[in-house]
Design a protein around this ligand. Structure first.
Ligand SMILES: [Zn+2]
Length: 248
Protein backbone atom coordinates (compact mmCIF):
# COMPACT_ATOMS: atom_id res chain seq x y z
CA UNK A 1 0.00 0.00 0.00
CA UNK A 2 2.25 2.72 -1.26
CA UNK A 3 -0.41 5.17 -2.33
CA UNK A 4 -4.15 5.48 -1.84
CA UNK A 5 -5.98 7.05 -4.71
CA UNK A 6 -9.50 8.00 -3.67
CA UNK A 7 -12.25 10.42 -4.50
CA UNK A 8 -12.74 10.72 -0.71
CA UNK A 9 -9.26 12.18 -0.08
CA UNK A 10 -10.53 15.63 0.88
CA UNK A 11 -13.34 14.17 2.99
CA UNK A 12 -10.86 11.94 4.85
CA UNK A 13 -8.47 14.85 5.47
CA UNK A 14 -11.43 16.79 6.89
CA UNK A 15 -12.50 13.82 9.00
CA UNK A 16 -9.04 13.75 10.55
CA UNK A 17 -9.37 17.43 11.46
CA UNK A 18 -12.71 16.75 13.10
CA UNK A 19 -11.26 13.80 15.02
CA UNK A 20 -8.37 15.94 16.23
CA UNK A 21 -10.83 18.60 17.40
CA UNK A 22 -12.95 15.97 19.17
CA UNK A 23 -9.91 14.55 20.91
CA UNK A 24 -8.93 18.06 22.06
CA UNK A 25 -12.45 18.66 23.41
CA UNK A 26 -12.38 15.34 25.27
CA UNK A 27 -9.07 16.20 26.87
CA UNK A 28 -10.38 19.58 28.03
CA UNK A 29 -13.62 18.04 29.30
CA UNK A 30 -11.73 15.36 31.24
CA UNK A 31 -9.67 18.09 32.92
CA UNK A 32 -12.78 19.75 34.42
CA UNK A 33 -13.44 17.26 37.28
CA UNK A 34 -9.73 17.22 38.08
CA UNK A 35 -9.70 21.02 38.31
CA UNK A 36 -12.79 20.93 40.55
CA UNK A 37 -11.12 18.38 42.79
CA UNK A 38 -8.03 20.56 43.02
CA UNK A 39 -10.17 23.53 44.16
CA UNK A 40 -11.75 21.40 46.89
CA UNK A 41 -8.40 20.13 48.13
CA UNK A 42 -6.95 23.65 48.26
CA UNK A 43 -9.97 24.96 50.14
CA UNK A 44 -9.93 22.08 52.64
CA UNK A 45 -6.24 22.73 53.30
CA UNK A 46 -6.92 26.41 53.94
CA UNK A 47 -9.82 25.56 56.21
CA UNK A 48 -7.75 23.11 58.23
CA UNK A 49 -4.97 25.64 58.72
CA UNK A 50 -7.52 28.14 60.00
CA UNK A 51 -8.91 25.66 62.52
CA UNK A 52 -5.90 26.29 64.78
CA UNK A 53 -6.99 29.86 65.49
CA UNK A 54 -10.47 28.66 66.44
CA UNK A 55 -9.00 25.97 68.72
CA UNK A 56 -6.85 28.54 70.53
CA UNK A 57 -9.87 30.78 71.09
CA UNK A 58 -12.03 27.94 72.44
CA UNK A 59 -9.25 26.83 74.76
CA UNK A 60 -8.91 30.33 76.22
CA UNK A 61 -12.69 30.58 76.68
CA UNK A 62 -12.65 27.27 78.53
CA UNK A 63 -9.81 28.36 80.78
CA UNK A 64 -11.59 31.65 81.55
CA UNK A 65 -14.77 29.79 82.50
CA UNK A 66 -12.80 27.50 84.83
CA UNK A 67 -11.21 30.49 86.58
CA UNK A 68 -14.60 32.16 86.97
CA UNK A 69 -16.01 29.03 88.55
CA UNK A 70 -13.07 28.93 90.93
CA UNK A 71 -13.70 32.60 91.81
CA UNK A 72 -17.35 31.80 92.55
CA UNK A 73 -16.23 28.95 94.79
CA UNK A 74 -13.83 31.22 96.68
CA UNK A 75 -16.61 33.79 97.13
CA UNK A 76 -18.94 31.11 98.41
CA UNK A 77 -16.22 30.02 100.88
CA UNK A 78 -15.79 33.58 102.09
CA UNK A 79 -19.54 34.00 102.64
CA UNK A 80 -19.78 30.66 104.44
CA UNK A 81 -16.89 31.46 106.76
CA UNK A 82 -18.29 34.91 107.46
CA UNK A 83 -21.61 33.34 108.49
CA UNK A 84 -19.70 30.97 110.74
CA UNK A 85 -17.79 33.86 112.33
CA UNK A 86 -21.07 35.04 113.87
CA UNK A 87 -21.65 31.70 115.50
CA UNK A 88 -18.26 30.81 117.04
CA UNK A 89 -17.63 31.60 120.72
CA UNK A 90 -14.08 30.35 120.91
CA UNK A 91 -11.21 32.71 120.07
CA UNK A 92 -9.00 30.09 118.34
CA UNK A 93 -11.86 28.99 116.10
CA UNK A 94 -12.54 32.66 115.31
CA UNK A 95 -8.89 33.20 114.32
CA UNK A 96 -8.89 30.03 112.25
CA UNK A 97 -11.95 31.24 110.35
CA UNK A 98 -10.39 34.63 109.74
CA UNK A 99 -7.35 32.81 108.35
CA UNK A 100 -9.62 30.80 106.02
CA UNK A 101 -11.28 33.97 104.84
CA UNK A 102 -7.91 35.60 104.15
CA UNK A 103 -6.77 32.57 102.14
CA UNK A 104 -9.99 32.58 100.10
CA UNK A 105 -9.60 36.30 99.44
CA UNK A 106 -5.99 35.86 98.35
CA UNK A 107 -6.99 32.97 96.09
CA UNK A 108 -9.79 35.09 94.63
CA UNK A 109 -7.41 37.99 93.97
CA UNK A 110 -4.96 35.68 92.25
CA UNK A 111 -7.72 34.19 90.11
CA UNK A 112 -9.04 37.61 89.17
CA UNK A 113 -5.60 38.66 88.01
CA UNK A 114 -5.39 35.50 85.89
CA UNK A 115 -8.82 36.26 84.39
CA UNK A 116 -7.67 39.76 83.45
CA UNK A 117 -4.64 38.29 81.68
CA UNK A 118 -6.89 35.75 79.94
CA UNK A 119 -9.24 38.53 78.82
CA UNK A 120 -6.32 40.20 77.15
CA UNK A 121 -5.32 36.98 75.40
CA UNK A 122 -8.95 36.33 74.47
CA UNK A 123 -9.17 39.72 72.81
CA UNK A 124 -6.20 38.94 70.63
CA UNK A 125 -7.36 35.38 69.90
CA UNK A 126 -10.85 36.58 68.98
CA UNK A 127 -9.32 39.12 66.61
CA UNK A 128 -7.12 36.48 64.99
CA UNK A 129 -10.06 34.09 64.75
CA UNK A 130 -12.41 36.58 63.12
CA UNK A 131 -9.68 37.61 60.67
CA UNK A 132 -9.23 33.94 59.79
CA UNK A 133 -12.98 33.46 59.44
CA UNK A 134 -13.19 36.46 57.13
CA UNK A 135 -10.32 35.10 55.09
CA UNK A 136 -12.02 31.72 54.94
CA UNK A 137 -15.30 33.25 53.77
CA UNK A 138 -13.40 35.07 51.05
CA UNK A 139 -11.60 31.87 50.05
CA UNK A 140 -14.96 30.13 49.93
CA UNK A 141 -16.42 32.81 47.67
CA UNK A 142 -13.44 32.54 45.35
CA UNK A 143 -13.72 28.76 45.37
CA UNK A 144 -17.46 28.90 44.62
CA UNK A 145 -16.96 31.37 41.78
CA UNK A 146 -14.16 29.29 40.26
CA UNK A 147 -16.12 26.07 40.63
CA UNK A 148 -19.15 27.72 39.01
CA UNK A 149 -17.05 28.90 36.07
CA UNK A 150 -15.50 25.44 35.68
CA UNK A 151 -18.88 23.74 35.76
CA UNK A 152 -20.34 26.05 33.16
CA UNK A 153 -17.30 25.64 30.93
CA UNK A 154 -17.71 21.86 31.37
CA UNK A 155 -21.32 22.10 30.20
CA UNK A 156 -20.30 24.22 27.21
CA UNK A 157 -17.54 21.74 26.31
CA UNK A 158 -19.93 18.80 26.58
CA UNK A 159 -22.37 20.53 24.23
CA UNK A 160 -19.57 21.40 21.82
CA UNK A 161 -18.35 17.80 21.91
CA UNK A 162 -21.82 16.40 21.19
CA UNK A 163 -22.15 18.74 18.20
CA UNK A 164 -18.66 17.85 16.95
CA UNK A 165 -19.40 14.13 17.25
CA UNK A 166 -22.63 14.51 15.29
CA UNK A 167 -20.79 16.40 12.55
CA UNK A 168 -18.06 13.79 12.58
CA UNK A 169 -20.58 10.96 12.13
CA UNK A 170 -22.13 12.79 9.17
CA UNK A 171 -18.69 13.34 7.64
CA UNK A 172 -17.69 9.68 8.14
CA UNK A 173 -20.95 8.59 6.50
CA UNK A 174 -19.79 10.12 3.21
CA UNK A 175 -16.56 8.11 3.06
CA UNK A 176 -16.05 4.71 1.45
CA UNK A 177 -16.18 1.98 4.11
CA UNK A 178 -12.90 0.18 3.30
CA UNK A 179 -10.96 3.43 3.38
CA UNK A 180 -12.60 4.41 6.65
CA UNK A 181 -11.58 1.10 8.21
CA UNK A 182 -7.96 1.56 7.15
CA UNK A 183 -8.06 5.07 8.57
CA UNK A 184 -9.41 3.82 11.90
CA UNK A 185 -6.76 1.09 12.10
CA UNK A 186 -3.88 3.52 11.60
CA UNK A 187 -5.49 6.09 13.88
CA UNK A 188 -5.81 3.54 16.68
CA UNK A 189 -2.11 2.69 16.51
CA UNK A 190 -0.84 6.25 15.93
CA UNK A 191 -2.18 8.30 18.83
CA UNK A 192 -5.33 9.31 16.99
CA UNK A 193 -3.58 10.72 13.92
CA UNK A 194 -3.80 8.72 10.67
CA UNK A 195 -3.89 11.46 8.05
CA UNK A 196 -1.24 14.17 7.97
CA UNK A 197 -0.31 17.00 5.64
CA UNK A 198 3.32 16.74 4.51
CA UNK A 199 5.58 19.46 5.76
CA UNK A 200 7.25 21.50 3.04
CA UNK A 201 10.51 23.15 4.02
CA UNK A 202 10.11 26.79 2.94
CA UNK A 203 13.83 27.16 2.10
CA UNK A 204 14.59 23.89 0.28
CA UNK A 205 11.12 22.79 -0.77
CA UNK A 206 11.92 19.33 0.65
CA UNK A 207 8.94 17.35 1.93
CA UNK A 208 8.69 15.37 5.17
CA UNK A 209 5.97 13.34 6.88
CA UNK A 210 3.79 15.58 9.05
CA UNK A 211 3.45 12.71 11.54
CA UNK A 212 6.95 11.27 12.07
CA UNK A 213 8.99 13.93 10.20
CA UNK A 214 10.76 11.42 7.99
CA UNK A 215 11.96 12.96 4.71
CA UNK A 216 10.01 11.87 1.65
CA UNK A 217 11.87 9.89 -1.01
CA UNK A 218 11.75 11.31 -4.58
CA UNK A 219 9.11 8.66 -5.41
CA UNK A 220 6.93 9.62 -2.41
CA UNK A 221 7.36 13.26 -3.35
CA UNK A 222 5.96 12.46 -6.80
CA UNK A 223 3.14 10.32 -5.32
CA UNK A 224 1.97 12.95 -2.89
CA UNK A 225 1.66 15.50 -5.72
CA UNK A 226 -0.87 13.37 -7.63
CA UNK A 227 -4.44 14.53 -7.33
CA UNK A 228 -6.76 12.77 -4.86
CA UNK A 229 -3.82 10.73 -3.58
CA UNK A 230 -2.37 9.88 -0.21
CA UNK A 231 1.20 8.59 -0.09
CA UNK A 232 1.65 6.11 2.76
CA UNK A 233 4.58 6.94 5.02
CA UNK A 234 6.92 3.89 5.06
CA UNK A 235 7.96 4.81 8.61
CA UNK A 236 4.71 5.51 10.49
CA UNK A 237 2.15 4.19 7.93
CA UNK A 238 0.17 7.43 8.11
CA UNK A 239 -1.59 8.73 5.00
CA UNK A 240 0.28 11.81 3.81
CA UNK A 241 -1.15 14.51 1.58
CA UNK A 242 -0.04 17.80 0.16
CA UNK A 243 -2.32 20.66 1.25
CA UNK A 244 -2.24 22.43 -2.10
CA UNK A 245 -3.06 19.21 -3.97
CA UNK A 246 -5.98 18.09 -1.79
CA UNK A 247 -7.40 21.53 -1.09
CA UNK A 248 -6.28 23.17 -4.36
ZN1 LIG B 1 5.54 9.23 8.92
Amino acid sequence: METIHTADALRLAELQKKDAAISGLKTRLAAVPRELEKLEVEFARKKASMGAAREALLDLQKRKKEKELAIAEAEEGIRKHQRELNQVKNNDAFKALLGEIERDKAAKDGLETEVLLLLDELDKAAGADSAMQAELRKAQEVRDAEAGALESSGRALAAELAAAEAERAAQAGGIEKGLLEKYETVRASRAGVAVVPVHEDPATGKLSCGGCHMALTPQKTLDVKKSDTFAVCPECRRFMYLERTIYG
